[in-house]
Write a protein that binds this ligand. Structure first.
Ligand SMILES: Nc1ncnc2c1ncn2[C@@H]1O[C@H](COP(=O)(O)OP(=O)(O)O)[C@@H](O)[C@H]1O
Ligand SMILES: [Mg+2]
Length: 266
């Protein structure tokens, strides 16, 4: 059995890609799955929450060393254990990955496939691989989509109309046609949803209409705007480990979405 590879994407920053990757990873862990997360954002936000601070060293090797032509690091040599048993991480620290992105811009044939090729060597060791994408439709995102079976598109309802969803869907389409026939949209996840406000409800209706119109799989219900979601992530804690009933309910929501994604792609 080979792992289900998911790319969590949107070219806009701050919509919740890293947060979603983190909590979906936890959902997979609580399901007893073997999980690898790949930090494909040069900012390294996912690395800081999924790897204990003490586990990273100065000059840490990471995804950049796997993708760059200038380095011959094997993916097995950069994987570090994550904060939970069953979780492994391909980390990103420092500025190296931004440099590799620039290297990929001008690289020749096969540059889209580098992550896919690297992952092939470890994919049988995991059940789920989650790739946290950078906030750009750059070669790193293309590499993530080329390596993935499913794209999880994270967006906010209030940003839905303006956040370039069409461009993202077009990019997914291009990758599917040119580099990766297996790629499908695993789901559109509305994040930080304010169900209690009138504008929140209005947006949700609009989003639902567009989804139905384009026949896109929406992950319903949306993820609400809750401080526990941020606080748990920043404390490197699963929502199920977070105090309060709210935590377990939110954990269950991510688990439900993971199951929908798994079901839709099997
Ligand atoms: N559902 C949510 N409720 C409350 N805060 C959230 C939620 N999702 C994300 N956030 C917060 O919003 C900010 C941006 O999220 P992040 O995951 O870093 O976005 P991205 O990876 O797309 O740039 C973070 O501070 C995060 O903790
Ligand atoms: Mg991020």
């Amino acid at each position: 059995m080979t792992a289900l590879v998911l790319a969590v994407c949107n070219q806009k920053g701050g919509v919740g890609k890293t947060t979603t990757t983190f909590h979906l990873a936890r959902a997979a862990i609580t399901d007893g799955l073997r999980v690898l997360v790949v930090d494909a954002d040069p900012q390294g936000d996912l690395t800081s929450v999924t790897v204990g601070e003490d586990s990273l060293i100065e000059g840490q090797v990471g995804l950049a060393d796997v993708l760059s032509d200038r380095s011959d690091e094997h993916i097995r040599d950069v994987i570090v254990p994550g904060i939970w048993p069953g979780l492994d991480v391909v980390p990103t620290t420092g500025d190296a990955l931004e440099g590799v992105n620039n290297e990929l811009v001008i690289a020749g044939a096969g540059r889209e496939q580098r992550l896919h090729t690297a992952l092939a060597d470890v994919i049988d060791d995991y059940d789920v691989v989650l790739i946290d994408c950078p906030p750009a439709l750059n070669p790193l995102t293309i590499n993530a989509l080329t390596a993935a079976r499913g794209a999880v598109v994270v967006t906010e309802s209030r940003l839905f109309a303006t956040n370039g969803l069409s461009r993202l869907l077009h990019t997914i389409d291009t990758v599917q046609t040119s580099y990766n026939q297996d790629l499908a949209i695993a789901g559109i996840l509305i994040n930080e949803h304010k169900q209690r406000t009138i504008s929140g409800r209005t947006w949700k209706k609009e989003v639902d209409a567009v989804m139905a119109d384009r026949q896109l799989p929406i992950l319903d219900p949306p993820i609400p705007d809750r401080v526990a979601i941020t606080d748990a992530e920043e404390a490197s804690c699963g929502l199920d480990e977070w105090a309060g009933r709210d935590g377990q309910d939110l954990a269950d929501l991510y688990t439900a979405h993971l199951h929908t994604i798994q079901g839709g792609l099997s």
